[in-house]
Design a binder for this molecule. Sequence first.
Ligand SMILES: [Zn+2]
Length: 283
Amino acid sequence: MHRALTLPLAALLVLLALLGGCATTTPGGVPIDTSHPSQAQDSRVLFLILHYTVGNYESALRTLTEGNVSAHYLVSDESPPRILRLVPEERRAWHSGASGWQRHRLLNSSSIGIEIVHPGFALTPPDAAGRRERVYLPFPEAQIDALIPLVRDIVKRHEIRPERILGHGEVTPSYKEDPGPTFPWRRLAELGITPPWPDQARVRERQAVYEAAVPEPEWFQRKLAQHGYPIDADAALEQPGQRRLLQRVLMNFQMRYRPARFDGEPDAESAALLDVLTQREAP
Ligand SMILES: [Zn+2]
């Protein structure tokens, strides 16, 4: 009789402990005591990286589930758009390989990636010389409306800092430019999701000063590095590939903050925008 009572009692105690959150097991069955949580912890997720797929829904889904690239979420272009989770948030998705921001590198380990089904751009018919140009296409309103609550939810749960919500092109500027110049970064800023948009009056004021003399490329390189872009602040521009990298970084900056022109060339307005942004960030 005594023995018959013991087992159910033990089972009850284990159940109570589990309900109280004091004991659990690993997925492999190793018992773990979770009754002493540390104060010193935070999410492994520090960044949120936004992409467009270029390919259509079917091809993007195939690539992101069967290929050697992935993202945590895919926002479809159906109506209404659907949000698919392809990789659990606690696992690493492979969406921004050779990336960097400030002192962080290889951001797959510390980010969540969202792919938006969108072609990015269309090509114009060839001109007399056979040249075709990119025309970047707008994002459908419904898709952005679906994206925004997802971004808000992820950012809130992982306490991602607003300045760490970035485009793929910003963290991998040497060969990426998504989500491109039509992505509504300004709207995200006005909604308080990303940092406030650079104050227009201050930009105009600085721009007037820089119209007289546009700063040297080295100045742009330093400011872009200070803002966070993965470029060496003091690299010699004569170094192979450095001028091209600077042009690509500046192009990605312009796509976000001055999408009306994004040739990657230094100009007074870009200098003014960089000045206002980096002054705000100064300690
Ligand atoms: Zn991308």
